[in-house]
Design a protein around this ligand. Structure first.
Ligand code: F6P
Length: 547
């Protein structure tokens, strides 16, 4: 059994070190060390990560990285890449990295190299996506399939939604992508109202092929298609992405129209697998493979770079620093790129479903905080919503800012203003504005002494609020792959430090189970499963309103 994290040597050292660091001002650290930005920036050939605007010094990083070593992070990284069964509660290896193992070196699970089967599915995805894009695989009535509808939820939805949107500039001109995830019939109806059955390809994406939302949505879409074109049309308009051939058959999709993936791919880590078929059709398989290349570059960086220069390790350990020592419970990701606007939603599942856990791998309740609450949105929009709290709220929210140097749409001055804003936010959060500075500024503006006295505190910014700035040349398939893999590895590292299994999701089961009990009661077909008074009242009240 592993020693408890709080008893580790470097955890204790960090506790002591925190007492000294909590009052240190980043302003002063910058003023007294002109090399600070260089010291705390890592640059690779595809990414620039400036983490100098954090409440750290050299000692902080040394202790954090030593803690990572003490937690045997090196060994854990190798165990993941080598296919050991690190998803202990489900007894599975965790091999999303094999899906983008572009070097094609063998990866073994139970003595069998999984690369041939991965390559086979990639080849099948290429054939099919090209056949759809070039109009060789046509609909039942001979028309080109131009509406691609991905039906899935969670990891079978968020990756495709996020990546297709991020790569919108790469879409084939005549192809449109739609996504149906929510069980709310509105989600289905809104899409079906916009499309023509003759030109629509439904992609039913579900690892288990038992998820009620996906199966219900898929059944509704199947009926809609069959009503319009007849039962025989299904083979030309439905494909499945799954690990579960039996359930795919039961649903009425021919296994020839199924793209397989495997238990060693977690749902929220699956966009690199067949789950990415909608991405491949939208942007082309060459671009899909470039996305895999970018992720592979990040995988190699993560696996091969010493911790001092290892971007996912550094970001993860900074998260530990704030979460466990500063006791900060939330964290924001703000991409300054309209096409990346679904990245925060994607990362919510990645981070919170992976690390929102209180039982350790040793089957014990943990005595420290694990995964933070992640939120975010696209800059500059969020500057005009939740940034007030980020600047002057009573809690500190560490932020990641993501910015491409070049925009896909260089119209007018838009991109310059965008970049100026992201850099300004980092600077403002770090420096703040002292009351003295405010007073001088107000005086210059000709405010009276009384006005200054009233306003000066409201206009003061404490600053000393941390952020990381991650810069790319451009958001293209390669950089997107690298960015997402970076966050996957960051989440992995934190799971290792917290000694939790980042690869199961037992916490989502209870609600699903209770919904099954409530459903027949709402429909009036069953009575009396004892709920609490509130739930009973709500069931009764909603039934009454529906009469
Ligand atoms: O409910 C959580 C979850 O299991 C996610 O982890 C997963 O991404 C999602 O449901 C969808 O599951 P499936 O792909 O099996 O339909």
């Amino acid at each position: 059994m592993k020693k408890e994290l709080v008893k580790f040597k470097y955890w204790k050292k960090l506790k002591g070190h925190y007492k000294k660091m909590r009052s240190v001002q980043m302003r002063d650290l910058f003023d007294t060390d002109e090399k600070r930005a260089d010291k705390f920036t890592v640059q690779t050939d595809f990414m620039y990560c400036d983490f100098s605007k954090n409440r750290i010094n050299g000692k902080t990083m040394k202790y954090l990285l030593r803690l990572a070593e003490e937690c045997k992070l090196h060994e854990a990284i190798e165990a993941m890449f080598c296919g050991q069964r690190i998803n202990t509660t489900e007894n599975r290896p965790v091999l999303h990295t094999a899906l983008r193992n572009r070097g094609n070196s063998p990866v073994y699970v139970d003595g069998k190299n999984v690369m041939p089967q991965i390559n086979e599915v990639l080849a099948k995805m290429r054939d099919f996506s090209e056949a759809v894009r070039f109009g060789k695989f046509k609909g039942y009535t001979g028309k080109k399939l131009t509406n691609i509808v991905n039906i899935g939820i969670g990891g079978s939805d968020l990756g495709p939604v996020m990546a297709t949107e991020a790569l919108r500039k790469y879409w084939a001109k005549d192809i449109n992508c739609y996504f149906i995830s929510n069980i709310d019939g509105t989600a289905c109806a809104e899409v079906l109202n916009k499309i023509n059955p003759e030109t629509t390809l439904f992609i039913v994406a579900s690892k288990t092929f038992t998820t009620i939302e996906t199966l219900t949505n898929a059944k509704t879409c199947r009926k809609w298609l069959v009503d319009a074109l007849g039962e025989h049309a299904v083979a030309k308009h439905f494909v499945a992405l799954s690990t579960n051939t039996e359930e795919v058959k039961k649903f009425g999709i021919n296994p020839d129209n199924m793209f397989e993936f495997w238990d060693f791919v977690g749902g929220r880590y699956s966009m690199w697998s067949a789950i990415g078929l909608s991405i491949a059709i939208a942007v082309g398989m060459d671009n899909f493979e470039k996305m895999l290349d970018g992720a592979y570059a990040m995988d190699r960086h993560f696996r091969e770079t010493d911790f001092e220069h290892n971007i996912p390790v550094i970001l993860a350990m900074l998260g530990i620093w704030y979460n466990n020592f500063f006791n900060l419970k939330s964290y924001a990701v703000v991409p300054y790129d309209e096409y990346l606007r679904y990245v925060p939603a994607y990362l919510q599942q990645l981070d919170m479903e992976s690390n929102g856990k209180y039982i350790s791998k040793d089957n014990k309740q943990v005595h420290y905080m694990t995964g933070p609450v992640l939120f975010g949105g696209a800059g500059t929009n969020v500057q005009h919503s939740f940034f007030q709290l980020i600047h002057q709220g009573t809690t500190v929210v560490p932020c990641d800012f993501i910015i491409p140097a070049i925009s896909h749409n260089e119209i007018g001055e838009h991109h310059e203003i965008l970049v100026a804003n992201v850099l300004a936010q980092g600077e403002a959060l770090m420096r703040g504005k002292t009351t003295k500075e405010v007073t001088e500024e107000l005086a210059k503006l000709g405010k009276s002494k009384d006005e200054v006295a009233i306003l000066k505190k409201f206009k003061t910014f404490d600053g000393n609020r941390p952020s990381n700035t991650i810069v790319f040349k451009k958001i293209d398939p390669y950089s997107l792959g690298a960015l997402i893999a970076m966050y996957e590895h960051k989440v992995f590292v934190q799971g290792i430090i917290w000694n939790i299994n980042s690869f199961d999701q037992m916490g989502v089961e209870l609600g699903k189970q209770l919904a099954k009990n409530i459903l027949p009661e709402l429909q009036g077909n069953a009575q009396g499963v004892a709920h609490d008074g509130s739930t009973n009242n709500l069931i009764r009240y909603i039934r009454r309103l529906r009469k």
